[in-house]
Design a protein around this ligand. Structure first.
Ligand code: SF4
Length: 356
């Protein structure tokens, strides 16, 4: 009971920011490609792309995606290889797969129209409360919140809420508190104003730009000078470091690729053959011979490092010329690798070594 009371109090305080935020957003909203024509499809695709990726990085991906897959029907039918190529470099490839699965559900169960309600959107693969809230409010005007990391940060700073935001129960209470103050008929604009403040003024890491903030006088964290104490997050387990040896196995101008397992990290994507641990030159020779190929020439490639959310790969690479590529691998030429197959960014250094 006490918790509900506290959140009511916070919600009431937060409600005072609605008008200044809307006025600020009307003057300061960035011009973004998905805002020009906010169809449900465009809002949905942009919101998925923007999760954990910067706006500037998303723009060219969004433009290419819309050109190649302009509607739900095109997305539902796109070959996986092409979809992965359009997503290459954005990371979180399961999101792209979920987009296609959701598009297929929309074709089969909703006559090809993106569902217009928050509840129906939530039923689609890959759509959680944030994305459902964003699409329902921005594209359909439904009065629902869209609480992502930006909004959690803004809310907890304005209200000096010290609860742990990675706790789902806390997130749900923040959603309720935001929901309670959504201005009538302006859910989409209000949600975007909150996201925009979090993305351009109330920044994570470093100092927020409080002097440019339209709700500075209402912000409790600012009044106390403890802006950076919010949001409170649970301590993350340290990332596991893995050592890998990556092989550019090359024959007649083609490099060997292999598909990753259907589940787990980078599921189902193509990659250069790689082995756990750092192998010496002799170790590489042994492995390649065991695969049934004769090594003709071998040279080291630069080391590389790639950070995923829970694990980081420390990689050492070797260029290995062989007489012919072992049968278990798929040969890919330079043009194939540039235009057809999507390789995870983790292999960018080695891909560059091969295609240049
Ligand atoms: Fe964020 Fe500062 Fe604005 Fe508070 S005053 S909401 S900390 S930018």
């Amino acid at each position: 009971m006490k918790e509900i009371f506290v959140y009511q109090e916070q919600s009431e305080h937060f409600g005072k920011t609605v008008l200044p935020l809307l006025e600020w957003f009307a003057k300061n909203a960035r011009v973004l490609p998905w805002r020009d024509i906010p169809t449900p499809y465009r809002v949905w695709i942009s919101e998925i792309m923007l999760q954990q990726t910067r706006v500037e990085a998303v723009k060219p991906y969004f433009a290419r995606f819309m050109k190649e897959l302009p509607d739900v029907a095109a997305l539902a039918q796109v070959p996986d290889e092409k979809l992965m190529k359009l997503w290459e470099g954005l990371g979180y490839y399961s999101r792209a797969r979920n987009l296609k699965r959701a598009a297929q559900v929309i074709m089969e169960q909703h006559n090809g129209e993106v569902p217009s309600s928050y509840e129906k959107l939530l039923e689609l693969p890959g759509i959680g409360s944030y994305t459902a809230g964003a699409v329902a409010s921005i594209a359909f005007g439904e009065s629902v919140p869209a609480v992502d990391g930006n909004v959690l940060r803004v809310f907890t700073r304005i209200t000096a809420c010290g609860d742990t935001v990675s706790d789902m129960a806390v997130k749900r209470r923040v959603e309720q508190a935001v929901h309670a103050v959504i201005p009538r008929g302006k859910a989409g604009v209000f949600n975007q104003a909150l996201m925009e403040l979090g993305a351009t003024v109330c920044l994570p890491g470093g100092e927020p730009h409080c002097s440019a903030c339209p709700v500075q006088t209402l912000c409790k964290a600012h009044a106390l000078g403890i802006e950076r104490s919010f949001p409170v997050k649970a301590k993350k387990a340290p990332r596991r470091a893995e050592e890998r040896t990556v092989l550019l196995l090359v024959s007649a101008g083609e490099a060997a690729l292999i598909k990753r397992p259907a589940n787990g990290l980078l599921a189902g994507l193509w990659e250069f053959p790689n082995i756990e641990g750092f192998l010496t030159e002799d170790g590489v020779q042994e492995v390649v011979s065991a695969w049934g190929a004769n090594v003709q020439n071998i040279r080291p490639l630069p080391p590389a490092k790639h950070i995923f959310s829970h694990v980081e790969w420390h990689m050492q690479g070797w260029w290995v010329d062989v007489d012919s590529l072992p049968k278990q691998f798929m040969p890919a030429g330079r043009i194939d690798l540039q235009e057809q197959y999507a390789l995870p960014s983790a292999f960018r250094v080695y891909l560059k070594s091969f295609v240049q």
